[in-house]
Write a protein that binds this ligand. Structure first.
Ligand code: NAD
Ligand code: DAU
Length: 398
């Protein structure tokens, strides 16, 4: 890892921050889409020096890999991650060499505003994509304070650093990566749109909702260029094995019990991670400041049905007997306050930005199963130490 001084010298002058021009100071009401669109046509986003926070976590890693291979992007990525239990530099071992001069990793906490401000200055950061978060609902139930710290205070800290660094000028962007869980839970009918009221019900979703509201407040109050995306349940390579899909795949491979919370009839809207990160890129390119965009797979599945499908796919891939895998399913005590159903209306990003889902559930899950089978060293590494303590804490008393 080169020192910061060396990195600084490598950044050509034209990519250093320009003298800030004042924000135009225009306040626009959220419904005024036409004017916003006209305004946006005049905005040439820089997208030269992108700070990706939480870039060593599941979606951040997939975003970085995807963006560095996107021919439309020729800029640099600065990955800022505190390397919590969920962050893993083993997910990007090939990237620094393959993209020398375009990819940098810095271990830092997003709550450290001064440090973030310094990094923004050193690298001439013009775009922030905030993936960094405590992301697991079950952990938020057992230990909510980390969620308030990182998700709320951390986002506030980044917004402050951006407000201070970008004293304004156009072409900057702060993108907040959020979740469908901020909208709460649904009955058997209906879907969440961007106009649905926020009604979070877990410490995790409440902390994400608070972060979104802060980001929106910075847009309205200070004119900070902000966009937000609310995505549904992601799955795919590099997901930490505490989440449903990788947990089930890995337990099947080791013939361990498959713990289903409650009756297993909770419905989630599943999206392959690559479809999500392509949506974020479209927002960076063309998204309208002050707006939110839902990104969901439009594939609703009860948890139990999803696990049945996984049993089939793991059996096909490994030669195991599907029925034997199904017999590993056990129903355990439900998650407190468990949201029953999520469903996303993604009409806005489809209509306005031309986004399309590329993966069916079967195609995405088959690719994911294969990835976990082919990447046992990564899984072993992720499942050492802290993971074992978590499994004991979460499943021990169920
Ligand atoms: P993850 O838990 O896999 O990764 C989070 C990353 O953030 C880790 O690398 C971790 O080290 C880092 N991090 C945590 N606290 C930090 C701090 N204080 N400073 C710097 N880095 C810190 O999470 P993920 O699944 O990749 O989710 C990424 C984002 O997407 C989160 O904001 C999450 O709320 C959101 N999201 C996730 C999903 C999903 O299904 N996984 C769906 C919708 C939205
Ligand atoms: O909806 C988007 C959200 O999806 C993201 O914002 C979160 O960061 C992400 O963790 C995810 O939250 P969920 O709680 O929906 O995901 P999880 O994989 O933990 O659980 C999916 C469903 O499966 C949920 O209904 C709980 C259930 N479940 C989960 C685990 C880990 C089980 O039945 N058994 C389990 O062991």
């Amino acid at each position: 890892m080169p020192s910061l001084e060396i990195i600084k010298r490598r950044i050509p002058l034209q990519n250093r921050p320009l003298h800030p021009a004042p924000y135009r100071g225009i306040i626009i009401t959220a419904g005024d889409n036409l004017r916003l669109k006209e305004m946006n046509l005049n905005i040439k986003r820089r997208l030269h020096n992108i700070m990706v926070t939480g870039g060593a976590g599941f979606i951040g890693v997939n975003f970085i890999r995807n963006l560095l291979s996107n021919r439309k992007f020729s800029g640099r990525i600065v990955n800022v991650d505190a390397l919590t239990y969920a962050g893993n530099t083993m997910s990007l071992p090939d990237v620094p060499e393959k993209h020398e001069g375009r990819y940098f990793f810095l271990k830092a906490d997003i709550c450290d505003t001064e440090r973030i401000y310094g990094i923004m200055k050193d690298f001439g950061i013009d775009t922030i994509i905030n993936f960094a978060a405590q992301s697991h609902v079950d952990r938020s139930i057992i230990n909510p304070s980390d969620f308030v710290g990182t998700n709320i205070f951390g986002t506030f800290s980044l917004l402050e650093a951006a407000r201070k660094s970008w004293k304004p000028g156009r072409g900057y962007l702060f993108h907040q990566v959020s979740t469908d869980e901020v909208y709460g839970t649904l009955g058997s009918e209906g879907s969440f749109s961007e106009a649905s009221p926020y009604s979070p019900r877990s410490p995790y979703s409440a902390s994400k909702a608070s972060a979104d509201l802060l980001a929106k407040a910075y847009y309205h109050t200070y004119g900070l260029p902000v966009t937000i995306s609310n995505s549904s349940n992601n799955y795919g390579p590099y997901q930490f094995p505490e989440k449903l899909v990788p947990l089930m795949i890995n337990n099947m491979l080791e013939r361990k019990p498959l713990p289903i919370y409650g009756d297993g009839k909770q419905v989630r809207d599943w999206i392959y991670v690559e479809d999500h990160v392509r949506g974020i890129w479209l927002i960076l390119e063309k998204g309208i400041e002050g707006e939110s965009y839902n990104i969901g797979g439009g594939i609703e599945h009860e948890n139990i049905r999803l696990v049945h499908l996984l049993c089939r796919l793991v059996a096909e891939e490994t030669g195991a007997v599907e029925k034997d895998l199904r017999e590993l399913i056990i129903h355990v005590k439900d998650r407190p306050g468990h949201d029953r159903r999520y469903s996303m209306d993604c009409g806005k990003i489809i209509r306005e930005l031309g986004w399309q889902r590329m993966y069916t559930l079967k195609k995405g899950l088959a690719k994911t199963v294969k990835w976990y089978i082919d990447n046992t060293p990564w899984v072993e590494n992720a499942r050492s130490g802290e993971y074992l303590r978590w499994v004991d804490e979460n499943y021990g008393n169920r």
